[in-house]
Design a protein around this ligand. Structure first.
Ligand SMILES: [Fe+2]
Length: 194
């Protein structure tokens, strides 16, 4: 089997699995929102991971369909998606800290506000694409900032220096998502300079 066929096969199986997990998350979210199910997770967290599954599915479908797309619009779409994800991470961190962790709470809150603004800026690119390089730069700068904050936070949890109800693994997970977004943004930056 050649590489193209192997990737195609892997993508097909990933699509099947992603569809199933998206259906499961949809079901959990509906049950939680109608108070038929209780969890200590925020409903927004369930909605967040459902959107991530759908985002992944969308990418796989585009790849499998050999779809051509308008790169500038795709960059704007992905920056809107990921800036919102980063804003929500900030708010989850804010909400999982012990109430005595005032400084960390404020930092998380500030990142939440910043990324809400960046989400709006990215959304507005669909009206004015000229601002794309600026939004990419700002998004990159702030994502490096939040990645470092998340990294320190995760280390603080592991070393038991931070009071929180968050698992260190959740901290590590959001660090990895920020790292993924940084990698993507660097590619977008190369595209913007062309
Ligand atoms: Fe996430």
């Amino acid at each position: 089997m050649n590489t193209v066929r192997m990737v195609e096969n892997l993508n097909n199986r990933a699509m099947g699995a992603a569809e199933q997990i998206a259906a499961f998350k949809t079901n959990v979210l509906q049950n939680v929102l109608s108070c038929r199910m209780f969890t200590t997770n925020y409903p927004l967290l369930i909605d967040h991971i459902l959107r991530e599954a759908k985002f992944y599915l969308r990418m796989l479908r585009k790849l499998q369909g050999r779809e051509e797309f308008d790169i500038a619009r795709e960059v704007a779409y992905q920056e809107t998606f990921w800036n919102r994800i980063m804003a929500e991470h900030s708010k989850f961190i804010r909400g999982l800290l012990d109430p005595t962790e005032v400084k960390l709470f404020d930092t998380a809150n500030n990142f939440g506000e910043r990324f809400d603004e960046l989400t709006e800026e990215a959304r507005k690119l669909f009206i004015n694409m000229g601002l794309l390089p600026l939004v990419t730069d700002r998004s990159l700068k702030n994502t490096v900032g939040i990645r470092d904050f998340k990294k320190q936070g995760t280390e603080g949890l592991i070393q038991c220096n931070i009071k929180s109800i968050a698992f260190p693994l959740l901290g590590d997970h959001v660090v990895r998502e920020a790292n993924h977004y940084i990698r993507v943004l660097k590619r977008f930056k190369q595209y913007n300079m062309k």
